[in-house]
Write a protein that binds this ligand. Structure first.
Ligand SMILES: [Ca+2]
Ligand SMILES: [Ca+2]
Length: 323
């Protein structure tokens, strides 16, 4: 009995130590998340290693003037935490980024990261953001043209300038929202569609917000997750079932199941782009912090908060037969 009793005390002590060490984290978020990555992870970066930027695939060497590993209590609320800080040089347009080429291509992936716009951030400045990209890295950042379905696709979480409502700026074969320009150019869709209420851009009601979107604020950490499913390849778009889901702080912000993303199965998800891009020099010197980045074949969630579960794919499709 004595032996059993001391074992119980030992187990209790271990538990207490775990509880005390865990107190530095907020809602089960660990600054060392990647020392024990979530199930299914194919890439994990918590910026706690010796040279985190070396784990990315950038050609630009990631200069500290634009993206620097900084100490910030981060989503874990741990004073020792480090995160990457993206800033665009003052008074000019351009981007600051970290780029990850994944080891192989995927038909379906989840990506989750935490971000915080620094205090003083100017949400009036136009921007683009971060997310999963399919195809060769050379296409990432391409704009003004509709993808062919065999070359690329990309879904990058940003905010609408002004109200700072989040959405994914999206390039894919079936994009349609901003493709009526006389010049013939075609610019990224918003998912959820925030450009209007259907008069000109957001003509497909299933792509509009189903409830009011949040207004992002500076100085607050957010958890964002994407699920991208490239869908069955189709050369006509009929029956397209590509799917994009976006969660903010584990709450589903949009789930689009009818996206025509590819014409061939060889177009696969190959990259994660962490980016802050501004079109001109009106932006603040304050930028964006990013931390706890995970790419996985499984849903990831935000600490102890599991992401809202997706409904099963809509396999049944009803086609209207015209008389
Ligand atoms: Ca960190
Ligand atoms: Ca870079």
């Amino acid at each position: 009995m004595d032996h059993l009793f001391s074992r119980c005390i030992f187990v209790l002590s271990v538990c207490l130590v775990l509880v005390v060490s865990g107190m530095a984290s907020a809602a089960g978020i660990s600054r060392n998340e990647c020392s024990n990555p979530p199930t299914g992870s194919v890439f994990c970066e918590d910026f706690e290693g010796i040279n985190p930027k070396a784990n990315f695939s950038d050609y630009d060497g990631n200069p500290d003037t634009e993206n620097q590993v900084v100490t910030n209590s981060g989503p874990a609320g741990d004073p020792a935490n480090r995160a990457i800080r993206l800033r665009v040089p003052a008074g000019q347009g351009g981007g600051s980024d970290l780029f990850k080429v994944l080891p192989v291509g995927y038909d379906k992936l989840y990506a989750r990261w935490y971000f915080m716009y620094e205090p003083g951030f100017n949400f009036s400045a136009r921007n683009h953001g971060s997310g999963l990209a399919a195809g060769d890295r050379s296409f990432v950042g391409a704009s003004g043209n509709r993808p062919s379905g065999s070359d690329f696709a990309g879904f990058y979480v940003q905010y609408m300038e002004g109200p700072a409502t989040p959405y994914a700026y999206s390039y894919y074969r079936g994009m349609y929202q901003d493709c009526s320009n006389p010049s013939g150019s075609c610019w990224g869709d918003s998912l959820p569609c925030v450009y209007d209420s259907g008069a000109y851009y957001c003509k497909q009601p299933q792509h509009r917000p189903t409830e009011p979107l949040p207004n992002l604020v500076a100085g607050q950490w957010y958890c964002v997750e994407q699920m991208l499913d490239m869908g069955t390849p189709t050369t006509t778009g009929v029956g397209a079932n590509g799917r994009l889901a976006i969660w903010l702080d584990s709450k589903l912000m949009g789930d689009y199941q009818d996206l025509w993303i590819r014409t061939t199965s060889t177009l696969k998800i190959r990259n994660l782009w962490l980016s802050l891009y501004h079109h001109d020099g009106t932006h603040s010197t304050a930028g964006e912090l990013i931390d706890n980045v995970v790419v996985s074949t499984q849903p990831i969630g935000c600490g102890t908060l599991a992401s809202e579960i997706l409904s099963p794919p809509r396999n049944l499709r009803i086609f209207k037969i015209e008389p």
